[in-house]
Design a protein around this ligand. Structure first.
Ligand SMILES: NC(=O)c1ccc[n+]([C@@H]2O[C@H](COP(=O)([O-])OP(=O)(O)OC[C@H]3O[C@@H](n4cnc5c(N)ncnc54)[C@H](OP(=O)(O)O)[C@@H]3O)[C@@H](O)[C@H]2O)c1
Length: 333
């Protein structure tokens, strides 16, 4: 099969398109024909060094796919050959075929577009897990989504709205993305690179601040978020896009019953795969019943994985970037 291999860590040009051995499913695994593989920021970190769950080279990158089941192992239950699935493969996703453990493979109805399903799998799972299970966001509460025009960001705006939350704010680091964040559901947008974004959120909320913040930035923004986190608020930190340490004034937390939670959906998938099933059932319901719009910036043919990752790295993408194997590629989307 054709696929992308990372033989050494480095810039996007280390991604090589080549002939690779087909993965063979073990007893509890399924073999999947990949119809779409999502490009995530974690893939860039895995390729360049620094992703906490990364494999050592050589490896096939990528975390989530949608496709059609070609073969099932002898111990697989509930999944059959020919089923359409979303999966988090064990073998890497930037390839024509992948194997996934049955616990991390989820059957979807055939009417669901597999490219959209691939775009949505990891980001929608991540956001649903954070909003429902960690932050326990309620309808009447407010939310701030940082990097709101990106893959996780646009999905968070959409999932929050689907959960009935109307007071949803966004932040962007590139001013041209503000319009997109509004289009995807933000009622107000601030610039997270500005020293005053906390005050800006307080102004937008008449001084109340927000009940939940999704922060993939890290660094100094964690402390700055506390300027606009309401009493009883929950700050979820789930990435490190901005370099530098975070200083957390603990007195600012306990006095207002505010809390900071860390979240890694990958760590959950690895260590508590059973708990992911509930989240993925919600994800499939959101997708199949058109409760969220998964915004795809560009579909690239698999061979163009370097260009696809570079677009994300250069901050030029809105929403999701997806790779499609050449045999199924139907244009940019
Ligand atoms: N913990 C988890 O379970 C989990 C799961 C999925 C993703 N994540 C994290 O969520 C974040 C977003 O992931 P994603 O795949 O959806 O990416 P993305 O949001 O589509 O792209 C990243 C966005 O982050 C901003 N950014 C800030 N610093 C950047 C930098 N140095 N290089 C490139 N972009 C930068 C850019 O937005 P602006 O132009 O607006 O600044 C860019 O659009 C990442 O930190 C990722 O690691 C965590």
């Amino acid at each position: 099969m054709k696929g992308i291999l990372v033989s050494r860590l480095g810039a996007s040009d280390v991604l090589e398109y080549k002939d690779l051995p087909e993965p063979v499913p073990e007893a509890g695994q399924v073999l999947i024909e990949v119809r779409g593989a999502s490009v995530n920021f974690a893939d860039i970190k895995a390729r360049s060094g620094g992703y906490h769950l990364a494999k050592k080279p050589p490896f096939i990158p990528g975390l989530d796919i949608a496709g059609v089941v070609l073969e099932v192992g002898s111990e697989v239950k509930r999944i059959r050959q020919g089923d359409h699935v979303i999966a988090f493969p064990a073998s890497g996703s930037y390839a024509e075929k992948a194997v996934a453990n049955q616990a991390l493979t989820f059957v979807v109805p055939r009417r669901l577009d597999l490219v959209k399903a691939a775009a949505a799998a990891l980001v929608t799972g991540t956001v649903t897990h954070m909003l429902k299970h960690i932050a326990r966001l309620e309808k009447q509460e407010s939310l701030l989504v940082h990097t709101a025009a990106g893959g996780v960001g646009t999905t968070a705006l959409q999932v929050a709205r689907a959960l009935g939350v109307t007071e949803v704010y966004g932040s962007v680091g590139s001013p041209w993305k503000e319009e997109h964040a509004r289009k995807m559901g933000a009622v107000g947008v601030v610039d997270y690179t500005s020293a005053t974004y906390g005050e800006d959120i307080n102004r937008l909320t008449d001084g109340r601040g927000v009940d939940v913040i999704l922060n993939p930035l890290g660094g100094a923004t964690v402390e700055r978020d506390l300027e606009c986190l309401a009493p009883f608020g929950r700050l979820i930190t789930f990435g490190e896009l901005v370099a530098g340490p975070s200083t957390i004034p603990q007195g600012e937390l306990y006095k207002g019953n505010r809390s900071i939670h860390g979240s890694s959906f990958g760590h959950y998938r690895k260590n508590r795969p059973g708990a992911v099933r509930d989240t993925m059932a919600t994800v499939i319901d959101l997708l199949v019943n058109d409760k969220i719009e998964v915004f795809i910036d560009t579909c690239f043919p698999l061979q163009q994985a370097p260009q696809a990752q570079q677009k994300l790295e250069d901050r030029k993408a809105l929403g999701k970037v997806v790779l499609v194997p050449e045999a199924f590629y139907q244009g940019k989307f």
